[in-house]
Design a protein around this ligand. Sequence first.
Ligand code: BT5
Length: 325
Amino acid sequence: MQSTRNKLIEILSNNQETYISGQLISERLNISRSAIWKHMRELEKDGYVIEGKPKRGYRILEFPKKISENTLKWGLETEWIAKTIIHKPETTSTQHIAHQLAQEGASHGTIVIADEQTKGKGRMNRKWHSSKNEGIWMSIILRPAIPPHKAPQLTLLTATVLADVIMKETNIKPYIKWPNDIIIHNKKMSGILTEMQAEQDQVQYIIIGIGMNVNQDIKSLHKEIHTKATSLKMEADKEFDIRYLVQKILQQFEKTYELYLQKGFPVIKTKWESYGFRIGEKILIKTMNHEWKATFSGIDHDGGLLVRNLDDGKMEKLYSAEIDW
Ligand code: BT5
């Protein structure tokens, strides 16, 4: 059940341009005029800027910058993504919550977002540092009608989405390090974790975890990643509005995902390669028990990593490996 406060915000949000009278609010919410007034004062304490005019009514002039279900929905232009938003001030990992929700039947496009994660995770159970209010820590639940072997393509798709948004908002060109890192000036700014629940030939759900360092200073980056990580603020030398960035990512994600469903992976491949890190250069490839150097040629039509052997010039395709240089 929606709280009175949330209903009030929804009514005001749906009337961005006009005032809505106290009388109408009181009828719609079945509360007294003085109760409305109290709610308005509470909203103002939380950072909402509300204009109240005698005889005309109320309207919201500004939403708080802080992330919440309401502030994220305000002005969000999407058809299906983030229609359900679960926001947690603090959680272990948004991936954990998203798995629970997906198993309970959460719908395609549901997002889980946190201000802080205490057990943020990367691939292969590595740690993901997620400091309070300084980054985007978010998971998207998808129920795509694709076979399980295509799931890794969604990691590459997400990387192009993040790169597009970063490029647009900062004018700095990011690079994508195969398969899931966003790099600026050789340092990691963002990582993606794709997890899937599937049967043999059918995906039940996929969870795309997005971690992006936004407003950290070098001092607030955890010492473990001091030398190898960066944030948008460190690169662009200004603070960013996290709420606004999340909205841009969601909008761009929806557009790109629709394009992928209509046209297939080739459109993503072209975009990915335009941001591809060290394409055409010599790289170090690491698999579970082997390390070797090869030339990075790009990605194949299905998303696999294409590398050329330095000795015999033969092309090889890899689906799981780490790359370094
Ligand atoms: C990733 O793993 O890069 C995937 C990160 C996904 C994080 C999101 S946040 C929302 C959602 N909820 C979660 O719990 N996770 C997802 P991987 O490629 O394995 O990289 C992990 C490595 O990146 C670590 O071993 C560190 O070296 C480095 N690292 C950790 N935290 C970092 C940070 N904040 N910024 C840059 N690098 C970091």
